[in-house]
Design a protein around this ligand. Structure first.
Ligand SMILES: Nc1nc2c(ncn2[C@@H]2O[C@H](COP(=O)(O)OP(=O)(O)O)[C@@H](O)[C@H]2O)c(=O)[nH]1
Ligand SMILES: [Mg+2]
Length: 412
C-alpha cells in the first residue's frame, strides 16, 4: 500500500477559500473553473441556528461572544457574514491532539453559523415590533435556540417588567405558533377543497392539519405533536415549513452569582423543567461573563474560567448542543499543510463526506483511507497506522464515524 498512486493534491479549494478575500474570488487559478459564488455557496451550505427570544434577554451579547472569539476564528476572515449572521468555530480538543503528531502549518476547526434574530415581541405575528422581518430569518434557520432571561438586573429593562423565563418562552413560542396556525389553516382549506377527489394524501393532510391546529392553538410547538408515523405524514408536515417544527433547545442566561451553583437559581430550574417536558434541554450560560471570556487571549482563559467556577466557556456547550441537535458529526483531514475538521450529517457515506471538501472529490471518488483519530495519535503517523493494520481502505458504502481521519483518493 505504501507504493500506491501519488497522493491527491492538497485541498487547494479550501485553502484558497480561507485566504482569498471575497472580491478576488474569480481571479485565482483555483477558482477559475468554478462559479464566483463558490464562497457564498460554501457559507450557505453551512447549517445555521437562529437565536430568538424577547428583547433584552441577552441574545446579541451571546451572539457577539459567539462570533467574536477572535483568536480561534483568525482563519475565518469573514466571521460575520451579515451583521446578524456569524461563523462560529466548533471547539474540538481532538484537533490539537492530532496536530501533536502531524505538526501542520495550521489547524482549522469546523464551523457552524449562528443568526441573531431580533424582533420577536408579543404581537409580532401580527406585525408588532419589527413586524414580520424576523420570520424569514427563522424560516432560513435549520434549528432554533430560544434564550430565556434568568438574570435579575434593575438596570436592564424587561419588556414585560418581570423576570420569568418560562413566561417569556411561552410568549415567543405563542407568536411562532400563531404564525404556524395561519400556514396550517391554509393547508387545511386546500385539503378540504380537494376532499371530493378522494385523494388519500389530502384526506391525511386534513387530519394532520386538524390535529396540528388544536396543538398550536394551545401554544405548543409543532415538533411536540404526536402525528401519524408515515412517509406521507412526514412529507405533508415538512412541506408546510412550520417555524415550530424545527429542532429547538434553550439557553438560560444566568447571573454571575449563580452560574456555578445552578440549584440555587429558581428561574433556571423552571426553564429546565419546561425544556424537559418538551423532550428538549437547556444550556446554562452567563452572557455577561461570556463576553468577557471572548475578549480574553486564549492563554488567559483557563485562569479566568477557574475564578468564575467554570470548566469551559458556557458557549462551548451551546455550540456542541446545536451541532448535536442538527445531527452533525466531525471528520478530520491531516497533512503537512493543515490539520482540519469537517462537518457531515451523521450517517453520511464516504463520497458525501468527500463532497464536503470539494465537489470533485465526490464526483471522482475512488476510495477513502481511514484511520481512527486516537490510533493516529497513539501510533504517531499514518505510516505506523498502516504497518499496524490500523488504516482501512474503504469504498463508496462506508458510513463515516465521528473522529475518522480520512484521506480521499479521487479521479477528476
Ligand atoms: N447583568 C447582566 N446583564 C446582561 C446579561 N446579558 C445581557 N445583559 C445586558 O442586557 C442588555 C440587553 O442585552 P442584549 O444582548 O442586547 O439583549 P437582546 O435584546 O436579547 O439582544 C444589555 O445591556 C446587556 O449588557 C447578563 O448575563 N447579566
Ligand atoms: Mg439584540
Amino acid at each position: 500500500m505504501g507504493h500506491g498512486p501519488p497522493r491527491a493534491p492538497p485541498l487547494f479549494l479550501t485553502v484558497e477559500l480561507d485566504k482569498t478575500p471575497p472580491t478576488d474570488i474569480g481571479q485565482t487559478a483555483a477558482f477559475a473553473r468554478r462559479p464566483a459564488s463558490v464562497l457564498a455557496e460554501a457559507l450557505l451550505m453551512a447549517l445555521s441556528i437562529g437565536i430568538v427570544g424577547l428583547p433584552n434577554v441577552g441574545k446579541s451579547t451571546l451572539f457577539n461572544s459567539l462570533s467574536s472569539a477572535k483568536a480561534e476564528a483568525a482563519n475565518y476572515p469573514f466571521c460575520t457574514i451579515e451583521p446578524n449572521v456569524g461563523v462560529v468555530v466548533v471547539p474540538d480538543d481532538r484537533l490539537e491532539k492530532i496536530d501533536s503528531v502531524i505538526h501542520a502549518d495550521r489547524i482549522l476547526p469546523t464551523t457552524i453559523n449562528f443568526v441573531d434574530i431580533a424582533g420577536l415581541v408579543r404581537g409580532a405575528s401580527k406585525g408588532e415590533g419589527l413586524g414580520n422581518q424576523f420570520l424569514s430569518h427563522i424560516r432560513e434557520a435549520d434549528a432554533i435556540v430560544q434564550v430565556g432571561r434568568c438574570f435579575e438586573d434593575s438596570n436592564v429593562i424587561h419588556v414585560e417588567n418581570r423576570v420569568d423565563p418560562v413566561a417569556d418562552v411561552a410568549t415567543v413560542t405563542m407568536e411562532l405558533c400563531l404564525k404556524d396556525l395561519e400556514t396550517v389553516q391554509k393547508r387545511l382549506d386546500r385539503a378540504r377543497k380537494m376532499a371530493k377527489s378522494n385523494d388519500p394524501k389530502e384526506k391525511l393532510a386534513g387530519e394532520i392539519c386538524e390535529m396540528l391546529s388544536k396543538h398550536l392553538d394551545d401554544g405548543k410547538p409543532a415538533r411536540t405533536a404526536q402525528l401519524p408515523d408515515s412517509v406521507d405524514a412526514v412529507a405533508i408536515v415538512r412541506e408546510m415549513h412550520l417555524l415550530t417544527a424545527k429542532p429547538a433547545f434553550y439557553i438560560a442566561n444566568i447571573d454571575e452569582g449563580t452560574i456555578a451553583n445552578l440549584d440555587g437559581n429558581k428561574h433556571f430550574q423552571a426553564l429546565k423543567q419546561l425544556a424537559e417536558s418538551e423532550g428538549s434541554f437547556v444550556v446554562p450560560v452567563c452572557a455577561a461573563l461570556e463576553s468577557q471570556i471572548a475578549e480574553l487571549d486564549p492563554k488567559d482563559r483557563p485562569e479566568f474560567l477557574e475564578s468564575a467556577g467554570l470548566k469551559e466557556p458556557g458557549l462551548h456547550g451551546v455550540i456542541r448542543a446545536g451541532y448535536k441537535l442538527l445531527g452533525l458529526q466531525t471528520f478530520f483531514t491531516a497533512g503537512k499543510q493543515e490539520v482540519r475538521a469537517w462537518t457531515t450529517k451523521i450517517g453520511a457515506k464516504a463520497p458525501q463526506a468527500a463532497g464536503v471538501i470539494h465537489t470533485d472529490f465526490e464526483k471522482g471518488f475512488i476510495k477513502a483511507e481511514v484511520m481512527w483519530w486516537e490510533d493516529l495519535v497513539t501510533l504517531g503517523s499514518e505510516a505506523k497506522c498502516r504497518e499496524a493494520g490500523k488504516l482501512a481502505i474503504e469504498g463508496k458504502e462506508y458510513v463515516m464515524r465521528d473522529g475518522d481521519v480520512v484521506h480521499f483518493r479521487f479521479n477528476v
